[in-house]
Ligand binder design. Structure first.
Ligand SMILES: Cc1cc2nc3c(=O)[nH]c(=O)nc-3n(C[C@H](O)[C@H](O)[C@H](O)COP(=O)(O)O)c2cc1C
Length: 323
């Protein structure tokens, strides 16, 4: 990992990678990472102050979010022509230090590598219905392969009764959360009104006023204390998929986060967006039920719907979440 005579190119590449890391998806846009520039490397450090203590007491979603940031760093470095050298959980005495990434040898990026990294700025979370599901079998295969490369598994649910069962569990968890005051207060703290310049939190423009207008219930972000403004017409649920890992450790959560972002960038590059429904995975008993019934006892890390967004529901490329 030591590269004391880091070239100017290597340093610029690390700076670009740092900016890419900051654009990762994160639970409630809490951006629970500190990406520290340590001259010859970047460190991805978990920020415990940004944890959702009620929804995520184990920091599973926090570490997943950091894994997504780590993947962006890796993808951006490759696009800058630098092979990333990654050390996962490099210091057992500092478990919050999740990863270090140093600039390794030079390697000319190919078009696919560049296109993959270019998707970082275009990727956005979708909420509401889609125009179509993932209507391309080859892309579904690519997304499954993307997850496997990162040590996770993507399981598309093709059986309609199973999709409906999962939607029922999402609705049940969402119902519980709306009636649990500490939970809705916590969510509401991460919601920002329209026009807020805050780089963190979910902005009113990014979620619909009616989170129940679809088979898969959306979060209502704290009982509508701030009303969602997203206009997201569409008629299709999308392709429903579970992201799983064999273990349920910090290491596995980091792998899941990297797999998630690899999937999202590959999808974005093909014009496909993703919606997330984490609500039942925040309820330990529902999570173990999903593991047993839908994941062959692997550990579910994320529930996704993938599809092509409607022209109106899609956020224009030139107005990203402020950050
Ligand atoms: C671990 C994790 C869990 C998430 N859970 C949800 C969710 O349950 N519902 C939702 O609408 N978005 C969810 N998101 C998406 C975030 O809210 C989103 O990434 C964040 O607001 C930033 O917006 P962006 O992805 O458009 O950049 C989740 C993201 C991550 C990484």
């Amino acid at each position: 990992m030591n590269s004391p005579d880091l070239s100017a190119t290597g340093h610029e590449a690390l700076q670009a990678a740092l900016r890419a890391g900051e654009r990762a998806p994160s639970v409630c846009n809490s951006r629970p990472w500190i990406i520290s520039d340590e001259r010859d490397r970047l460190a991805v450090i978990a920020d415990p102050d940004s944890r959702l203590d009620v929804a995520d007491p184990q920091s599973r979603e926090l570490v997943l979010s950091c894994g997504a940031a780590l993947y962006n760093i890796r993808a951006a470095l490759r696009a800058e022509g630098v092979i990333p050298e990654v050390a996962i959980l490099p210091d057992p005495d500092r478990p919050g230090r999740l990863a270090e990434v140093a600039a390794g040898r030079a390697a000319e990026p190919d078009d696919d590598t560049r296109a993959h990294a270019a998707a970082i700025a275009r990727r956005h979370t979708h909420r509401g219905l889609f125009t179509t599901d993932v209507d391309d079998v080859a892309l579904v295969r690519d997304l499954i392969a993307a997850a496997a490369t990162e040590g996770a598994a993507l399981l598309p649910l093709t059986d309609e009764p199973l999709v409906r069962s999962l939607a029922g569990l999402v609705a049940a968890a969402e119902h519980l959360h709306r009636h649990e005051r500490t939970r809705s207060d916590e969510l509401a703290r991460w919601v920002r009104p329209s026009g807020s310049p805050s780089p963190e939190g979910v902005h009113a423009e990014d979620f619909p006023a009616d989170p129940d207008g679809a088979l898969f219930a959306g979060r209502d972000y704290g009982q509508k204390r701030i009303r969602g403004l997203l206009d997201a017409p569409g008629a299709v649920t999308g392709t429903v998929a579970l992201l799983t890992t064999a273990e349920d450790t910090r290491n596995a959560w980091l792998a899941a986060g990297q797999a998630l972002e690899r999937i999202l960038l590959a999808a974005t590059a093909e014009g496909v967006s993703a919606a997330f429904h984490t609500q039942p995975l925040e309820e330990p008993l529902l999570r173990s039920f999903i593991a047993e019934r839908l994941c062959e006892d692997a550990h579910p890390q994320m529930i996704l719907r993938l599809g092509r967004p409607t022209p109106h529901g899609a956020r224009p490329a030139d107005s990203p979440t402020p950050r």
